[in-house]
Design a protein around this ligand. Structure first.
Ligand code: SF4
Length: 236
């Protein structure tokens, strides 16, 4: 497992205001400065070769992952990259000290924006280092087809994530620090987004439109039932 710790975060005031739907420039800038002063963005990743494909999943270094979507995405792929990214827990601690609930909320959202930037930088790093034009990713818990229960397997594929990155899993298999994201990158010719298979409405983090034809293509039930909405630390 390698640690990627050269993540550079820049937050432009006007963009953050737009993403937060909140105009007060002084207040937002103060929160940006607070966030940037305490985050420690880092990532852990490995390159792993697929052992075999099964009807309902794939085997990576002897660990069986159950997901028909992952299975299809890795159909002709041999090499994949499990990862965990975090910005540490200082931002959460800082947010908890704010009495104003709106400040807490805004700081939390700024943390999500930082995590998105960190994720983009890890992806660029992997693309450049391994010579892939395009990578897509999936995260345990992003779709009912790949539930959060698979998180432990992903962590064991990486190794000592707690010791080397400071990220562990709680009893509900959510990552701690909370501002962390995990998943598998894989090379693709056409970008894949779990959002294409996710019918959740009014999701501010949606990256691609829900696509009924993709649901059929992946052989999933026509629509996820109520209660089968994605569960993960942050929107993916
Ligand atoms: S970001 Fe939103 S739309 Fe996309 S998979 Fe997650 S919950 Fe669904």
């Amino acid at each position: 497992m390698e640690i990627f710790n050269t993540i550079q975060v820049t937050l432009e005031l006007s963009r953050v205001q737009k993403r937060l739907h909140f105009e007060d420039p002084d207040r937002v800038q103060h929160l940006i400065d607070t966030a940037l002063s305490c985050i420690v963005p880092r990532a852990a990743f490995r390159d792993v070769y697929s052992d075999s494909k099964q009807d309902m999943g794939v085997v990576l270094e002897g660990i069986e992952f159950q997901s028909t979507v992952l299975r299809k995405n890795l159909e002709n792929i041999g090499r994949v990259f499990p990862f965990v990214i975090t910005i540490g827990d200082s931002l959460e601690q800082q947010a908890a000290e704010y009495e104003d609930l709106l400040d807490r909320y805004l700081l939390d959202k700024i943390g999500d924006l930082i995590l998105i930037q960190a994720r983009r930088q890890l992806q660029n790093h992997l693309q450049q280092r391994y010579g892939f034009k395009k990578l897509s990713s999936m995260s345990p818990g992003s779709l009912p087809d790949w539930p959060l229960q698979e998180q432990e397997k992903l962590f064991s594929l990486l190794g000592d994530v707690q010791g080397k990155l400071g990220v562990g899993l709680n009893e509900s298999l959510l990552m701690l620090p909370r501002k962390s994201v995990s998943g598998l990158y894989f090379p693709t010719e056409v970008s894949f987004f779990s959002c294409q298979l996710c019918p959740r409405q009014n999701c501010e983090e949606r990256k691609a439109a829900f696509d009924e034809s993709k649901v059929k293509e992946y052989g999933l039930p026509e629509r996820s039932r109520p209660g089968s909405e994605p569960k993960s630390n942050v929107p993916v």
